[in-house]
Unconditional design. Structure first.
Length: 202
């Protein structure tokens, strides 16, 4: 649960951006009654505030996103490997910046985060075979086309139990959806997150 609260904490801060989002971000007092239960006491995340334009989608999307990106069979560290690496491959500014902060809070080192962001080579931080296999799988699913290489399929099947492989793959593919959603609508990153990243040297 620590990871899930951390994601919400970073996402629900006041948001600013160098450019306005493509769609209006709906605040709690403007939201339809059916959507208001998804709003906390503070400002909503840009994802929540934009999805509130269509309450029927908000109602199904947010629980799915929380389940797919929150810890399950895979722990918070593994989830952030998938989310941050996928977001970097898709060049999603919102998700990379937001999940850089989340990854640091989950215990990843600055060096590990820079590898996931594509700023350093893999060997600079990740030596455990299981995590290297996971990262290879993440890269193949997020950036590949067609069937995953059979050799990598075999490696992944040896390193991960079936339910872990399903969860990892769904985390990557759910992140892909959010990457394109956030980038297409130019959703803003919170001022607090940007300040935090500056303090951390990102």
């Amino acid at each position: 649960m620590k990871h899930r609260r951390s994601v919400e904490q970073h996402a629900n801060e006041d948001a600013v951006s160098t450019a306005a989002p493509l769609v209006e971000l709906v605040m709690r007092d403007q939201a339809p009654l059916l959507a208001r239960r998804f709003f906390g006491d503070g400002p909503p995340s840009p994802i929540t505030a934009s999805l509130a334009q269509v309450p029927e989608l908000l109602e199904v999307a947010l629980p799915f996103i929380g389940a797919a990106l929150g810890p399950g069979a895979l722990d918070a560290r593994a989830k952030e490997l998938a989310i941050l690496r996928t977001s970097a491959l898709l060049e999603c500014r919102y998700c990379v910046q937001t999940h850089t902060a989340v990854a640091l809070d989950c215990g990843l080192s600055a060096e590990e985060v820079r590898v996931l962001r594509g700023e350093l080579e893999l060997d600079a931080a990740f030596t455990a075979e299981r995590e290297r296999t996971m990262l290879a799988w993440i890269d193949a699913v997020a950036a590949g086309r067609g069937t995953v290489d059979p050799g990598l399929q075999s490696r992944a099947a040896e390193a991960l139990a079936d339910h872990e492989l399903v969860e990892l793959t769904l985390t990557v593919t759910a992140t892909l959806m959010l990457n394109r959603y956030c980038t297409a609508l130019d959703l803003p990153v919170s001022a607090a997150t940007l300040a935090r990243l500056t303090e951390e040297g990102f």
